[in-house]
Design a protein around this ligand. Structure first.
Ligand code: PMP
Length: 406
């Protein structure tokens, strides 16, 4: 069996496996609604105009390629928390927020879990919503932590099961870690209301839980960056200490540049300084220091008022097309009187859900037929990426859905 011993081939990652199958599909009609990545009307990846502009500026300025510190590019560390927490955040003003650059959102989650594993009591469980982004489980468990679930979606109403959620968070042992999606919940596209968030903050406070916010879609829920950060800012206003992972993959279209951040909101500046120094050591041992290119793009854009407003326009353009496609999908299905798989018998959830995804309610067998017979790729839970739908393919998608639910 050789020096490696017996090693079996690992199962395919469900989402990445879908991408591979899509690539192999030779049909000209094929549509990828699996991966959460924005596509142009020709189905091509999009580099935001503001990103192209900043990259040109970077070339002109002739930046070097030196190592950056473990904690990241200082200019980036400064602007990233402003975006999520707001420029008037008490945590920033009081210097009790430590922010480090990470390898996109996944890296932030991984570093955060590593911190929990090292510094919180043994046996601390990280609770995630059911359902959630599948990789949460792998990230939590590979840091040596246990993953638990709290109720999230009421499948009958296609709304947040707030009572179930509160009950489960309340029943988790004191001092647990509660992972919350900041906005545009993946995969359901359903977020708590403002009132729900207040109740969630209350239970978390009462139980001395540590909140771990995951922000992968800021700007994609409402199209407004500040509105989308409501939950995080509320928790800070409530005086809670917390961790927050940020990803710039979707809202900057910087998927492959792996740019993100982790922030720790602490009770005082001394604690923030200590945590920063400890997380530096964690990063040093894992990958030494993060990459430079994406950090510069984000730092230059967020740090310049005119580039910032260009970015907001680019982002709004993406968010708006997604919203338009929700309406187009709903109208198409209504016109054909396509039977809905949800309890209320309508397709209204498609427009009520927010962010990059729609949780259609289609079952496993229907999904399989969409893939095998119609070359439309989506995850087996019936989630579709709205960012892959555009005016030229929406009718084809409507017809295919109609066909598989009848
Ligand atoms: N969290 C959630 C909920 C996500 O959907 C994603 C992206 N699919 C991520 C985190 C992290 O993505 P990335 O590492 O590409 O930033």
């Amino acid at each position: 069996s050789g020096v490696f011993g017996e090693i079996e081939v690992a199962p395919r990652d469900p989402i990445l496996g879908l991408n591979a199958a899509f690539k192999e599909d030779k049909s000209p009609k094929k549509v990828n609604l699996g991966v959460g990545a924005y596509r142009t009307e020709d189905g091509k990846p999009l580099v935001l105009p503001v990103v192209r502009k900043v990259e040109q500026k970077m070339l002109d300025l002739g930046f070097d390629k030196e190592y950056i510190p473990q904690s990241g590019l200082p200019e980036f560390q400064k602007v990233s928390p402003l975006l999520l927490f707001g420029k008037d955040s008490p945590a920033i003003k009081e210097n009790r927020l430590a922010c480090l650059q990470t390898l996109s959102g996944t890296g932030a989650l991984r570093v955060g879990c590593e911190f929990v594993q090292k510094f919180l009591p043994k046996g601390t469980t990280v609770y995630v919503p059911n359902p959630t982004w599948g990789n949460h489980y792998s990230v939590i468990e590979s840091a040596g932590l246990k993953a638990g679930k709290y109720r999230y979606l009421n499948k009958d109403t296609m709304k947040v099961d707030i009572d179930g959620l509160l009950e489960d968070v309340n029943n988790a042992p004191d001092h647990s870690v509660i992972l919350l999606h900041v906005c545009a919940h993946n995969p359901t596209g359903v977020d708590p209301t403002k009132d729900d968030w207040k109740k969630i903050a209350e239970v978390i406070k009462k139980k001395n839980h540590l909140t771990f916010f995951d922000s992968a879609y800021q700007g994609f829920a409402s199209g407004d960056l500040d509105k989308d950060a409501f939950s995080v800012r509320l928790f800070v206003d409530q005086g809670l200490e917390l961790m927050a992972a940020q990803s710039y993959a979707k809202n900057f279209g910087l998927y492959g540049e792996r740019i993100g951040a982790i922030s720790f909101v602490c009770k005082d500046a001394k604690k923030a300084e200590a945590i920063l120094s400890q997380v530096n050591r964690i990063i040093r041992a894992m990958y030494s220091s993060p990459p430079l290119h994406g950090a510069r793009i984000v730092a230059l854009t967020l740090g310049d008022d005119s580039l910032l407003s260009e970015w907001k326009k680019d982002l709004e353009g993406m968010a708006n097309r997604i919203i338009e496609m929700r309406t187009a999908l709903l109208e198409g299905l209504q016109k054909k009187k396509t039977p809905s798989p949800t309890k209320d018998g309508t397709w209204k959830h498609v427009v009520e859900q927010i962010g990059m995804f729609s949780f259609t309610g289609l079952d496993n067998a229907q999904v399989k037929r969409l893939i095998d017979e119609h070359h439309i790729y989506l995850t087996s839970d019936g989630r579709i990426s709205m960012a892959g739908i555009n005016p030229s393919n929406v009718e084809y998608i409507v017809n295919a859905i109609d066909e598989v639910v009848r």
